[in-house]
Design a binder for this molecule. Structure first.
Ligand SMILES: [Ca+2]
Length: 399
């Protein structure tokens, strides 16, 4: 990704006088310097004036409200109330400008996700939710440990689901992040439609800095298109309802082409040095098992020779390391468009499955209905999970 310029305070924010804007700008800078505690700063010293809120003095904000209301036959006042209830958040811009998977080589990326703690907690999580997971796995054909690994990589098994208000994340990126503005305006529109359908408080729901929601980090469009009411209670709650979470993840995979029982990837080696022509420019199954073998890529598989595959070259600690990804590997990249993400999920799933899970400990069951996640931390995470950036569903096309 190209280095993105960091915009300053956006034009047209709530500021009737230049003096007011200067004060807020200085105040925001002071808050940021104090550790990024913008939430606390904005919520105290500037009250009751909303800091950095969006308003219709910005033509693009007004146009968005007009268009979304007309296109979806929504009450314009309702749309305007939600959109102007959003606030610009500079940390969101900063975080979006440096996705983790862009700068880290595989061996560091892997170290971040394949920790002893994440593996142990994955086994415990699998044990606690075994019945629900096995039921979903049986019906969808997606292994339980893959579902667990995705939730583990995305949010540490639902524990870290993001501390930004979704409405703030989507509005900030829709109106003040030009590189992805069309995408995020689409997601903001989808969010407005989603909150009408689901039991979600639009001004309280929290998520990642990209607006990805709940334990599986679904973006609004994916939430609407792929989330499933797993426990048939009449609502889809991806924050606290694990049946909904598991079935939604499995459904997302199946809808993107997951094949029951097929291997995900194979470790590979090179018979001839050099990878010219093997690495595709895009995330696609550009080869077949036979064509890769013909070019000197050695790997073991029982899949037929015509099976489509992708070649994966990564930076290991001691030099290059290779894999061959099959259809289900590609499907995982639909969740988050990164080969490293797909491999981290696969390896975490293997590690979780490698040892039997302990006897299920006593755990708190999710609350009934929708309950917003815990109060946000004032400071965004220093090293955000890539899933948070690109969240279920390809918020940021990393490749
Ligand atoms: Ca439900």
């Amino acid at each position: 990704m190209t280095q993105l310029a960091r915009p300053g305070i956006p034009r047209g924010l709530h500021s009737r006088a230049g003096r007011g804007l200067r004060l807020r700008r200085g105040f925001a800078a002071a808050c940021a310097a104090a550790g990024g505690a913008l939430v606390l700063c904005a919520g105290t010293a500037l009250a009751p004036t909303p800091a950095l809120a969006y308003d219709e003095s910005r033509p693009e904000v007004k146009a968005f409200i007009d268009e979304v209301a007309a296109r979806n036959r929504l009450d314009r006042d309702w749309v305007a109330k939600l959109v102007t209830g959003a606030e610009f958040r500079q940390p969101i811009i900063d975080l979006m400008s440096r996705p983790a998977e862009r700068v880290r080589p595989w061996f560091q990326y892997r170290t971040h996700f394949l920790t002893e703690r994440r593996i142990r907690e994955g086994r415990e999580f699998l044990a606690v939710h075994r019945d629900a997971l096995e039921d979903v796995s049986r019906r969808y054909g997606v292994p339980a440990e893959i579902i667990v690994a995705i939730v583990g990589v995305e949010t540490f098994y639902g524990r870290i689901t993001g501390s930004f208000r979704v409405i703030d994340a989507l509005a900030t990126l829709a109106f003040d992040f030009p590189a992805r503005a069309p995408y995020f305006r689409g997601e903001l529109e989808q969010f407005l439609l989603l909150v009408r359908e689901a039991k979600i408080d639009p001004l309280k729901a929290t998520g990642s800095y990209a607006g990805a929601m709940g334990a599986p980090q679904f973006m609004p469009r994916s939430y609407r298109n792929f989330a499933v009411d797993g426990d048939a209670d009449g609502g889809i709650d991806l924050w606290t309802d694990w049946r909904d979470v598991f079935e939604s993840v499995a459904n997302y995979m199946v809808e993107h082409g997951w094949r029951r029982g097929e291997p995900i990837y194979a470790t590979a080696d090179l018979f001839y040095p050099g990878v010219e022509g093997l690495v595709a420019g895009r995330l696609e199954l550009a080869h077949t098992v036979d064509s890769l073998a013909g070019r000197g890529v050695t790997f073991e598989t029982r899949l037929p020779g015509e099976t489509r595959a992708m070649f994966v070259a990564l930076r290991g600690e001691d030099g290059p390391t290779y894999r061959v990804g099959f259809n289900n590997f590609w499907v995982i990249t639909r969740y988050n468009r990164s080969q490293m993400y797909a491999l981290a999920v696969s390896e975490l799933a293997e590690a979780i499955a490698a040892e039997p899970a302990p006897v299920a400990p006593e755990v708190a069951t999710p609350a009934e209905g929708f309950v917003p996640p815990p109060a946000p931390a004032a400071t965004p995470p220093a090293a955000p999970a890539p899933g948070a950036a690109t969240g279920a569903t390809g918020a940021a096309a990393a490749q």
